[in-house]
Design a protein around this ligand. Structure first.
Ligand code: DC
Length: 238
């Protein structure tokens, strides 16, 4: 009796989007969440804040024991201002400080440590506990929200991702060769997919969206169609 009642109860709309670096997860996720009127949690920003913390405290981000114990004292969180995520480190808004190459490298190193991951996964689950939300990262569908009603693996070929990255660099006035950027994309894939703790992989029940030959709008639309199909079958609230 109760199981029938429970299954008909509405649960919050939770969307998990995982995928490799450069697949456009952040900007696509922002737009999908905006169209659905739900919050977007960029979980990579939390690993970046953890990386920044180790830099500020002069720690070697690869030193698992030192980093794991130091981060127990760090307060990493988020808040939303007009629907946009602000990332907080010990109460300071560090949103504008976490996109540098140094922070990126530190984030990649600290994200390998199981103790660091456990803390951040706990924080991410707490944020998504009762609020409809879209979370993007590497382990959302496989670890953070295994029961998310919508799981998407957003990917693109390494060449397509390198081409997009090259354009971004050009817009910033930076010149790099295609080969150099492609090698960096492949190296980051290798790190994300082959680390021991929660490597990037497609959840068995995730739907793959390959955006190699799709525009931004086409990719957003493809994801919106998948979300609406799930919402037509299940009672989910936004
Ligand atoms: O998506 P991003 O580049 O901002 O992520 C920063 C780093 O954090 C990157 O090295 C991958 C890692 N990360 C992770 O291990 N798990 C997540 N859920 C999100 C990011």
């Amino acid at each position: 009796m109760t199981s029938e009642r429970v299954s008909k109860q509405s649960r919050p709309l939770l969307i998990a989007i995982d995928g490799p670096v450069g697949a456009g997860k952040s900007s696509i996720s922002d737009e999908v969440a905006r169209r659905l009127g739900i919050l977007h949690l960029d979980t990579g920003a939390m690993y970046r804040a953890a990386g920044l913390y180790t830099m500020r405290h002069g720690l070697d981000p690869h030193d698992e024991a030192a980093v794991t114990s130091a981060l127990e004292h760090a307060d990493i969180g988020v808040r939303y201002v007009d629907g946009a995520q602000r990332t907080l480190l010990d109460g300071e808004d560090v949103t504008g400080l976490i996109r540098t190459q140094e922070v990126s490298d530190a984030a990649s190193a600290v994200s390998k440590h199981p103790g660091v991951r456990a803390r951040l996964v706990r924080a991410q689950r707490a944020l998504a506990e009762s609020t409809p939300m879209l979370l993007d990262g590497r382990d959302i569908g496989t670890v953070v929200l295994k029961d998310a009603p919508v799981k998407i693996y957003l990917t693109a070929s390494p060449e397509a991702r390198a081409k997009r990255r090259l354009l971004q660099y050009r817009e910033q006035g930076e010149e790099h060769s295609f080969g150099e950027v492609l090698a960096a994309v492949n190296a980051r894939d290798d790190q994300d997919m082959h680390r021991e703790a929660d490597p990037l992989r497609q959840a068995e029940d995730a739907v793959v969206v390959d955006s190699s030959d799709m525009t931004f709008e086409e990719t957003v639309e493809a994801i919106m169609t998948l979300v609406k199909a799930v919402m037509a079958k299940e009672t989910l609230h936004v």
